[in-house]
Design a binder for this molecule. Structure first.
Ligand code: F6P
Length: 344
C-alpha cells in the first residue's frame, strides 16, 4: 500500500513521535509512505516529501512537525473545486490510503474526505485537549509543562515585587490548558472559557488573600474567556472560521482591571506560541507513538473513517464522526473542584 501522511492545524509536541509511529509500524506491514507537506495544502497542491525509516528514525525528540502544517481547508464554501481536486490528486499520486494527524478541523476534513470515498484514518492531536472520543491528546502535557514553568517564574518575581501576575495561555474554546496549568502551579485564580468571568468575585478574593498576608497572586487565564468588551473591535478569522484570539489581549485587559479594582500593581505575560514548541514530554512521545502505530494498524485492517484514540490505558478505534461531532470542554464539576482550592 502507498500511504499519504499529513499533519494539519496548529502544531504541537508529539506530532513527530506520532508520524514516526505510523511510519515504523506501517513499514512492518509492508507499506510505502508519501509525506504531504503543510496539511491539506499538500494534497491540494501535490506537495510531497520523502517519508521513510531514515527520515523518521530520529525525530521522536523533536518538537513541531517534520511535514509542516497549515490551516488549509479544502471545504471552504468559496472554493468548491478544492475538495474535488484533493480527491483527484490522491489518485494521481497513486495513494491507497491517507493518514491525517490533526484536531477538530483537520479531522473534520478527514471525515468529509472519507465520505467522499477516500480511504482515510485519523490520529488525534491538539494542545487544546478539546477533541471528543479520546481521553486526552498528545501536545497537552508538553504545553502544560511549559506553562507551569512560566507560571512558577512569574510567582517568583511577583513575590519579590509584591505584584499580582496574570498569565494568559492558549486553548481556544476549551480551558484545559488554563485549568491544568493553574492547578499545577498553585494559582490564586483560574479563568476558562466554559465559565462566565466574574471580575468582582475574583478581585474580592485576591484582595482577601492579600489582606491575610499573601503578598503576590497568580491569575491563569485562557485566551478564550468570555469578556464581551474585548470582542467589539474588528477581528479576523482563519480558514475554518475561528477568531484570531491573540487580538483580544485578554491578559492586558485583566491586569488593568485587577490593578484598578484591587489597588495592587499587576503585570501580565502572554505565553503564546512558546507553549506549542520544544521537545515533547515523555508522556507525549509515548502517546504519540502509540496512536501512530495504531493508525497504521487501522490502515492495514482497512478501518476507514476511524481514529486511534486513548481510552483509559488502551488505544482503541473510534469513528471520526464521533470525534468531530462536538468539542470536549471542561466540565463544570472539574472547575468547581479546582476552585475549592484556588479560591482559598
Ligand atoms: O488550536 C491550537 C491553538 O494553539 C489554539 O490554542 C490557539 O488559539 C490557536 O491554535 C492559535 O493559532 P495560530 O497558531 O494559527 O495563531
Amino acid at each position: 500500500m502507498r500511504v499519504g501522511v499529513l499533519t494539519g492545524g496548529g502544531d504541537c509536541p508529539g506530532l513527530n513521535p506520532a508520524i514516526r509511529g505510523v511510519v515504523m509500524r506501517g513499514l512492518q506491514h509492508g507499506f510505502e509512505f508519501v509525506g504531504l507537506e503543510l496539511g491539506w495544502k499538500g494534497l491540494l497542491e501535490k506537495r510531497t516529501v520523502p517519508l521513510n525509516l531514515e527520515v523518521v528514525e530520529d525525530i521522536i525528540r523533536l518538537g513541531g512537525t517534520m511535514l509542516g502544517s497549515s490551516r488549509t481547508n479544502p471545504f471552504r464554501k468559496d472554493r468548491a473545486e478544492d475538495a474535488e481536486r484533493c480527491v483527484q490528486n490522491f489518485r494521481e499520486l497513486g495513494l491507497d490510503a491517507l493518514v491525517a494527524l490533526g484536531g477538530e478541523d483537520t479531522l473534520g476534513v478527514a471525515h468529509k474526505m472519507f465520505r467522499l470515498g477516500l480511504p482515510t484514518v485519523g490520529v488525534p492531536k491538539t494542545m487544546d485537549n478539546d477533541l471528543e472520543g479520546t481521553d486526552c491528546t498528545f501536545g497537552v502535557d508538553s504545553a502544560v509543562s511549559v506553562a507551569v514553568d512560566a507560571a512558577d517564574r512569574l510567582i517568583d518575581t511577583g513575590k519579590s515585587h509584591r505584584r499580582i501576575m496574570v498569565l494568559e495561555v492558549m486553548g481556544r474554546h476549551a480551558g484545559w490548558v488554563a485549568l491544568y496549568t493553574g492547578l499545577a502551579a498553585g494559582a490564586d485564580w483560574i479563568l476558562i472559557p466554559e465559565v462566565p468571568v466574574d471580575l468582582e468575585e475574583m478581585c474580592r478574593a485576591l484582595r482577601a488573600k492579600w489582606e491575610r498576608g499573601r503578598h503576590t497572586a497568580l491569575v491563569v487565564a485562557s485566551e478564550g474567556i468570555e469578556l464581551p468588551v474585548l470582542d467589539t473591535e474588528d477581528i479576523t478569522v482563519d480558514a475554518f472560521g475561528h477568531v484570531t484570539l491573540k487580538q483580544r489581549r485578554v491578559a492586558e485587559f485583566l491586569a488593568h482591571e485587577i490593578e484598578e479594582r484591587v489597588g495592587i500593581e499587576t503585570r501580565y505575560a502572554v505565553l503564546g506560541h512558546i507553549q506549542r514548541g520544544g521537545a515533547p514530554t515523555a508522556f507525549d512521545r509515548i502517546l504519540g507513538t502509540r496512536v501512530g502505530l495504531r493508525a497504521a494498524d487501522l490502515v492495514r485492517d482497512q478501518q476507514w473513517g476511524m481514529m486511534a484514540a486513548l481510552r483509559g490505558t488502551e488505544v482503541i478505534a473510534v469513528p471520526l464522526e464521533h470525534a468531530v461531532a462536538r468539542l470536549k470542554t471542561v466540565p463544570l464539576e472539574l472547575y468547581e473542584e479546582a476552585k475549592s482550592i484556588f479560591s482559598q
